[in-house]
Design a protein. Structure first.
Length: 317
């Protein structure tokens, strides 16, 4: 489906060097803030306490947060858990105060504000568990990266595999750079969003790469740069429709999802925006600079007896 068709190819690759220079500067800035500021890790990574509190009625989260903030505790999070009658309180580990005393203090304040509050459970997340979560998160990221590279190398060619993974890691590092610069909380939902962005971004790269391969079959007289420009231009309508709809959904979570979904949706918002940019200007440009040619994608791709001039002969879209 196309809402519009662009008649003349847009010369994206003509400006590839300028856009990738901006990308490199942004990437290096993100790396700098990651090392200088570090990530503001949540309770799951640093250790702390989780409390589940139940009410016989719907909870006013804003009032509950105001009550807890009055205790002077830092970085305490409250969110609905399962239903509007249950809240989950996250208390980070604090030096000079035991976890049990903090729990008692918070629950006493909630009980004083609403006598119907009942403590359902209390769980302590130790630093060892936090370290394991961090290591498992890095392993998950490594497996995702390796899987994407293997998939693209088999489906296309190793140059596209390298180009796509560089572009995708560019997106991930920039997301982390935003969280490090603004010191937004980095939690497990944010990690899930980062992994989702990896898969989402590579999907856009695959669409463009598929069109490049098809164009190499269809337009024998075009140069590599012209083939890439045509591939990106011809998929612009699809890109706008797909990413526009996805971004509307993510923005609705960001604006109306409440604190529990705020940073998850924020990470997705940044990732989707930079994912579009990197698929067009980073992945395609790197593939071009690596010297992708018609022969790289045509090796063994034309079935025996098929017409090489047929644009639909063996094309995978």
């Amino acid at each position: 489906m196309e809402f519009f068709r662009i008649r003349r190819d847009i010369p994206f690759m003509r400006h590839a060097l300028a856009f990738n220079t901006v990308s490199l500067i942004t990437f290096l800035a993100a790396v700098f803030f990651l090392f200088s500021n570090g990530l503001n890790l949540s309770v799951e990574f640093t250790g702390g306490t989780l409390m589940e509190v139940n009410y016989p009625h719907a909870v006013d989260l804003d009032a509950a947060r105001h009550t807890v903030q009055g205790l002077g505790l830092k970085d305490v999070q409250l969110q609905n858990f399962g239903s509007s009658q249950d809240i989950l309180v996250r208390l980070p580990a604090s030096k000079g105060a035991s976890a049990s005393s903090q729990n008692d203090q918070v629950f006493a304040a909630l009980k004083a504000a609403d006598n119907s509050a009942q403590l359902r459970r209390t769980e302590f997340v130790g630093p060892q568990v936090g370290d394991e979560l961090a290591i498992d998160g890095l392993k998950a990221l490594a497996f995702v990266v390796a899987g994407i590279m293997l998939y693209l190398a088999i489906r296309f060619e190793w140059k596209f595999s390298v180009a796509a993974i560089v572009a995708n890691l560019h997106d991930v590092v920039i997301i982390l750079g935003f969280f490090a610069f603004f010191q937004w909380e980095f939690s497990l939902p944010v990690l899930a969003a980062v992994l989702a962005v990896l898969g989402y971004s590579v999907n856009e790269s695959v669409v463009i790469f598929d069109r490049i391969r098809e164009n190499f079959r269809r337009y024998r007289k075009l140069t590599t740069i012209q083939v890439i420009d045509n591939a990106i231009t011809s998929t612009m309508s699809r890109t706008i429709i797909t990413h526009g709809c996805t971004q509307l959904m993510v923005l609705s979570m960001l604006l109306f999802g409440g604190p529990s979904l705020h940073y998850f949706a924020l990470a997705l918002t940044i990732g989707i925006l930079f994912g579009i940019y990197s698929s067009v200007f980073v992945a395609a440009a790197i593939a071009m600079w690596l010297g992708i040619e018609r022969e790289d994608l045509m090796k063994g791709s034309t079935p025996q007896g098929s017409d090489p001039e047929d644009p639909n002969s063996g094309a995978v879209v």
